[in-house]
Design a protein around this ligand. Structure first.
Ligand code: HEC
Length: 163
Protein backbone atom coordinates (compact mmCIF):
# COMPACT_ATOMS: atom_id res chain seq x y z
CA UNK A 1 0.00 0.00 0.00
CA UNK A 2 2.77 2.37 1.04
CA UNK A 3 4.58 1.58 -2.21
CA UNK A 4 1.51 2.42 -4.28
CA UNK A 5 1.15 5.79 -2.53
CA UNK A 6 4.83 6.63 -3.13
CA UNK A 7 4.63 5.60 -6.78
CA UNK A 8 1.45 7.57 -7.42
CA UNK A 9 2.72 10.73 -5.69
CA UNK A 10 5.92 10.44 -7.68
CA UNK A 11 4.00 10.27 -10.94
CA UNK A 12 1.96 13.29 -9.85
CA UNK A 13 5.20 15.24 -9.33
CA UNK A 14 6.44 14.14 -12.76
CA UNK A 15 3.16 15.18 -14.41
CA UNK A 16 3.29 18.57 -12.64
CA UNK A 17 6.91 19.15 -13.67
CA UNK A 18 6.06 18.23 -17.25
CA UNK A 19 3.15 20.64 -17.44
CA UNK A 20 5.23 23.47 -15.89
CA UNK A 21 8.04 23.03 -18.38
CA UNK A 22 5.57 22.98 -21.25
CA UNK A 23 3.86 26.08 -19.89
CA UNK A 24 7.20 27.84 -19.77
CA UNK A 25 8.07 26.95 -23.35
CA UNK A 26 4.75 27.94 -24.88
CA UNK A 27 3.09 30.66 -22.85
CA UNK A 28 1.26 33.03 -25.18
CA UNK A 29 0.03 32.13 -28.60
CA UNK A 30 2.43 29.21 -29.11
CA UNK A 31 4.63 31.06 -31.61
CA UNK A 32 7.95 29.29 -32.17
CA UNK A 33 10.92 30.04 -34.43
CA UNK A 34 9.66 28.80 -37.80
CA UNK A 35 11.70 25.88 -39.05
CA UNK A 36 13.33 26.39 -42.45
CA UNK A 37 12.41 30.07 -42.78
CA UNK A 38 15.77 30.73 -44.49
CA UNK A 39 14.43 28.70 -47.42
CA UNK A 40 11.32 30.89 -47.75
CA UNK A 41 10.93 33.78 -50.17
CA UNK A 42 13.21 36.71 -49.41
CA UNK A 43 10.98 39.80 -49.47
CA UNK A 44 13.59 42.51 -48.88
CA UNK A 45 16.67 43.63 -46.94
CA UNK A 46 17.45 46.95 -45.29
CA UNK A 47 20.10 48.36 -42.97
CA UNK A 48 19.13 50.35 -39.89
CA UNK A 49 21.55 52.81 -38.28
CA UNK A 50 22.70 52.49 -34.64
CA UNK A 51 19.86 54.73 -33.45
CA UNK A 52 17.61 51.70 -33.89
CA UNK A 53 19.48 50.02 -30.97
CA UNK A 54 18.27 46.41 -30.77
CA UNK A 55 17.11 46.55 -34.40
CA UNK A 56 20.23 48.23 -35.80
CA UNK A 57 22.19 46.38 -38.48
CA UNK A 58 20.93 44.32 -41.40
CA UNK A 59 17.42 42.95 -41.49
CA UNK A 60 16.05 40.47 -43.98
CA UNK A 61 12.35 39.73 -44.33
CA UNK A 62 11.17 36.23 -45.31
CA UNK A 63 7.64 35.08 -46.20
CA UNK A 64 6.26 31.53 -46.32
CA UNK A 65 4.12 30.54 -49.32
CA UNK A 66 0.84 31.80 -47.77
CA UNK A 67 2.44 35.09 -46.74
CA UNK A 68 3.88 35.56 -50.25
CA UNK A 69 0.37 35.15 -51.60
CA UNK A 70 -0.70 37.84 -49.11
CA UNK A 71 2.04 40.23 -50.27
CA UNK A 72 0.76 39.78 -53.83
CA UNK A 73 -3.00 39.99 -53.17
CA UNK A 74 -3.15 42.13 -50.01
CA UNK A 75 -5.13 39.35 -48.26
CA UNK A 76 -3.17 37.27 -45.74
CA UNK A 77 -4.78 33.87 -45.01
CA UNK A 78 -4.46 31.93 -41.75
CA UNK A 79 -1.10 30.18 -41.73
CA UNK A 80 0.80 33.08 -43.30
CA UNK A 81 4.10 33.64 -41.45
CA UNK A 82 6.63 36.47 -41.87
CA UNK A 83 10.09 36.55 -40.30
CA UNK A 84 12.14 39.71 -39.68
CA UNK A 85 15.74 38.51 -39.27
CA UNK A 86 18.15 41.01 -37.65
CA UNK A 87 21.95 40.65 -37.91
CA UNK A 88 24.77 42.92 -36.72
CA UNK A 89 26.55 45.02 -39.31
CA UNK A 90 30.33 44.90 -38.89
CA UNK A 91 32.60 47.98 -39.11
CA UNK A 92 33.41 48.98 -42.68
CA UNK A 93 36.42 47.20 -44.14
CA UNK A 94 37.87 48.48 -47.44
CA UNK A 95 34.51 50.05 -48.16
CA UNK A 96 32.54 46.84 -47.61
CA UNK A 97 30.01 46.22 -44.82
CA UNK A 98 29.41 42.59 -43.87
CA UNK A 99 26.86 40.90 -41.66
CA UNK A 100 27.87 39.80 -38.16
CA UNK A 101 26.01 37.64 -35.67
CA UNK A 102 22.27 37.19 -35.64
CA UNK A 103 20.77 39.50 -32.99
CA UNK A 104 17.10 38.61 -32.98
CA UNK A 105 14.18 37.54 -35.07
CA UNK A 106 10.67 38.96 -35.02
CA UNK A 107 7.85 36.71 -36.16
CA UNK A 108 4.29 37.48 -37.26
CA UNK A 109 1.81 34.61 -37.60
CA UNK A 110 -1.65 35.02 -39.12
CA UNK A 111 -4.49 33.29 -37.30
CA UNK A 112 -7.70 35.28 -37.22
CA UNK A 113 -9.42 33.43 -34.37
CA UNK A 114 -6.35 33.04 -32.15
CA UNK A 115 -5.10 36.62 -32.54
CA UNK A 116 -8.41 38.38 -33.06
CA UNK A 117 -7.46 41.30 -30.75
CA UNK A 118 -4.37 42.24 -32.75
CA UNK A 119 -5.73 42.29 -36.28
CA UNK A 120 -5.43 38.51 -36.69
CA UNK A 121 -1.63 38.60 -36.34
CA UNK A 122 0.35 37.08 -33.45
CA UNK A 123 3.70 38.71 -32.64
CA UNK A 124 6.81 37.17 -31.07
CA UNK A 125 10.44 38.20 -30.65
CA UNK A 126 13.37 35.82 -30.12
CA UNK A 127 16.64 37.28 -28.83
CA UNK A 128 19.81 35.39 -29.81
CA UNK A 129 22.38 35.05 -27.02
CA UNK A 130 24.49 32.96 -29.40
CA UNK A 131 23.55 31.06 -32.52
CA UNK A 132 21.93 28.25 -30.50
CA UNK A 133 20.39 29.87 -27.44
CA UNK A 134 17.36 32.04 -27.91
CA UNK A 135 14.95 33.67 -25.55
CA UNK A 136 11.33 34.45 -26.44
CA UNK A 137 10.36 37.90 -25.19
CA UNK A 138 6.57 37.55 -25.39
CA UNK A 139 6.15 41.23 -26.32
CA UNK A 140 3.17 43.27 -25.21
CA UNK A 141 0.61 44.81 -27.54
CA UNK A 142 2.43 48.15 -27.13
CA UNK A 143 5.76 46.68 -28.23
CA UNK A 144 4.53 45.40 -31.60
CA UNK A 145 0.88 45.80 -32.45
CA UNK A 146 0.53 49.52 -31.71
CA UNK A 147 3.06 50.35 -34.39
CA UNK A 148 1.91 47.74 -36.93
CA UNK A 149 -1.67 48.95 -36.33
CA UNK A 150 -0.72 52.18 -38.13
CA UNK A 151 -0.66 49.96 -41.25
CA UNK A 152 -4.18 48.61 -40.70
CA UNK A 153 -5.21 49.62 -44.21
CA UNK A 154 -2.33 47.49 -45.50
CA UNK A 155 -3.17 44.31 -43.52
CA UNK A 156 -0.81 45.55 -40.73
CA UNK A 157 2.24 44.99 -42.94
CA UNK A 158 4.90 47.62 -43.68
CA UNK A 159 7.07 45.99 -46.33
CA UNK A 160 6.13 45.15 -49.88
CA UNK A 161 7.33 42.48 -52.27
CA UNK A 162 8.87 43.70 -55.51
CA UNK A 163 9.15 40.33 -57.18
C1 HEC B 1 7.92 51.60 -34.21
C2 HEC B 1 7.25 50.74 -35.15
C3 HEC B 1 7.43 49.24 -35.06
C4 HEC B 1 7.38 48.42 -33.97
C5 HEC B 1 7.19 48.82 -32.51
C6 HEC B 1 7.52 47.06 -34.46
N1 HEC B 1 7.64 47.06 -35.83
FE1 HEC B 1 7.74 45.41 -37.00
N2 HEC B 1 8.12 46.62 -38.62
C7 HEC B 1 8.15 48.01 -38.59
C8 HEC B 1 8.55 48.51 -39.91
C9 HEC B 1 8.70 49.97 -40.32
C10 HEC B 1 8.77 47.36 -40.71
C11 HEC B 1 9.22 47.35 -42.19
C12 HEC B 1 10.75 47.34 -42.30
C13 HEC B 1 11.22 47.31 -43.74
O1 HEC B 1 10.41 47.52 -44.66
O2 HEC B 1 12.41 47.07 -43.98
C14 HEC B 1 8.43 46.22 -39.87
C15 HEC B 1 8.44 44.91 -40.34
C16 HEC B 1 8.10 43.81 -39.56
C17 HEC B 1 7.93 42.47 -40.07
C18 HEC B 1 7.90 42.10 -41.56
C19 HEC B 1 6.48 42.34 -42.10
C20 HEC B 1 6.17 43.81 -42.32
O3 HEC B 1 5.28 44.36 -41.63
O4 HEC B 1 6.83 44.43 -43.18
C21 HEC B 1 7.69 41.66 -39.00
C22 HEC B 1 7.48 40.15 -39.04
C23 HEC B 1 7.69 42.49 -37.82
N3 HEC B 1 7.93 43.81 -38.19
C24 HEC B 1 7.46 42.03 -36.54
C25 HEC B 1 7.45 42.86 -35.40
C26 HEC B 1 7.38 42.36 -34.05
C27 HEC B 1 7.26 40.90 -33.64
C28 HEC B 1 7.42 43.47 -33.22
C29 HEC B 1 7.44 43.50 -31.74
C30 HEC B 1 8.50 42.77 -31.08
C31 HEC B 1 7.50 44.63 -34.09
N4 HEC B 1 7.52 44.23 -35.40
C32 HEC B 1 7.53 45.94 -33.64
C33 HEC B 1 7.82 48.80 -37.54
C34 HEC B 1 7.63 48.37 -36.24
Amino acid sequence: MKKIIIVSSLSLVVIMMYSFSRAEKKPSGDILIPEGYRNWTHVKTAVNNPAFASHSGFHHIYANAKALEGYKTGQFADGAIIVFDVLESLPQKNGDIYEGKRKLIDVMVKNNSQFNETGGWGYEEFIYKDSLTTKALHPTKEQCFNCHNTRKANSFIFSSYRG
